[in-house]
Design a binder for this molecule. Structure first.
Ligand code: UDP
Length: 318
């Protein structure tokens, strides 16, 4: 089977996708600068280049022998992007442009891109359709939208076959070869890993209780990393030259921060300690995906629920 270059393949979602690609018989090359990823998450069966997308030479080497690219490598924290917008523009937009130029030079024109629901911003209509106007509320979402737009141009002008997968909130973990592939960020910012680490002296901070939602806390649509990784393989199979599709990946339903905390308390068997604090900059109130297009174009549907995402994350940190 053909070889796939996975940029960001040492990261949380990238490494889960690499594991499933290898199991499905693909050959895999990983390019990751390990700024947030971990070299020990890359299976030995993959060819590994530790380097940055900003270095065209390493990108050129990593592309050798590849027919397709799955592009995860990016800075991905909303809060950090508000504080360091230039870091996000350089890594996410310029890094992607260098990758696309090298792909063009090497005659590789098939790409699945890791986009984000953060491109939509404070969408008035929920669940969010892919046709909804993209109006990001933070630099992270702006950079993901900019790369989506580059791919639209490449499909039209260079006959690239491209799919942008707009993830909603990814959670959970998978085990491979006896070890967990889970989120390992430092500091961790995401809700589910954070609430599992909360203690009475270091409670989970709830970022705002005055949002215009059912209980005043933000509503998000959570999807298991294993389902997400599977969607990437289905997307590889669905690429069409000259076409750029944008496809949401979520569950089609939403949970408030309080509902996630209550579900987690039931899963772990104790009450998660919490503290109400101010809103976090850049957060929209509600993000819920319409996943009709994913079902129709990819034949994809999520199979694992919020309880599984929480219990797998819990197991991974024991
Ligand atoms: N959140 C929270 N406390 C935390 C981390 C997150 O209240 O310690 C909230 C956050 O404001 C958002 C939701 O949980 O409404 C999901 O945040 P996360 O950072 O996991 O993902 P994001 O929505 O930023 O992609």
């Amino acid at each position: 089977m053909s070889r796939v270059l996975v940029t960001g393949g040492a990261g949380y979602i990238g490494s889960a996708t690499v594991a499933l690609l290898l199991e499905s018989g693909y050959e895999v090359t990983v390019l990751d600068d390990c700024s947030t990823g971990h070299a020990d998450s890359v299976p030995e069966a993959a060819t590994f280049f530790q380097g940055s997308l900003l270095d065209g030479n390493v990108v050129k080497m990593a592309l050798q022998g590849c027919e397709s690219v799955i592009h995860f490598a990016a800075k991905s924290l909303v809060g950090e992007s508000v504080l360091k917008p230039d870091l996000y523009r350089t890594n996410n937009v310029i890094g992607s442009q260098i990758l696309f130029d090298e792909m063009d030079g090497a005659g590789v024109s098939r790409i699945v891109f890791s986009s984000s629901a953060a491109t939509y911003g404070d969408a008035r209509v929920q669940p969010i359709l892919e046709t909804q106007k993209a109006e990001p509320t933070n630099p992270y979402g702006e950079t993901k939208l900019a790369v989506d737009n580059l791919l639209t141009d490449l499909a039209a002008q260079e006959s690239f076959a491209a799919i942008s997968l707009r993830y909603f909130n990814v959670a959970g973990a998978i085990t491979r070869d006896g070890k967990w592939l889970a989120e390992r960020h430092s500091p961790e910012t995401h809700l589910i890993p954070n609430l599992l680490k909360a203690t009475p002296s270091n409670p989970l901070k709830i970022f705002g209780t005055d949002w215009d939602t059912k209980d005043g806390t933000c509503v998000r649509d959570y999807v298991h990393v294993k389902d997400l990784a599977l969607a990437h393989m289905q997307a590889l199979a669905a690429l069409v030259p000259g076409v750029h599709e944008i496809i949401n990946l979520g569950s089609g339903g939403g949970y408030s921060v309080r509902e996630v905390i209550d579900t987690a308390s039931a899963v772990v068997g104790y009450t998660i300690p919490t503290e109400e604090t101010q809103r976090r900059d850049g957060d929209p109130a509600t993000l819920i995906a319409s996943i009709t297009k994913a079902k129709e174009l990819l034949g994809w549907e999520p199979t694992l629920n919020l309880e599984s995402m929480i219990s797998d994350t819990f197991e991974s940190i024991q």
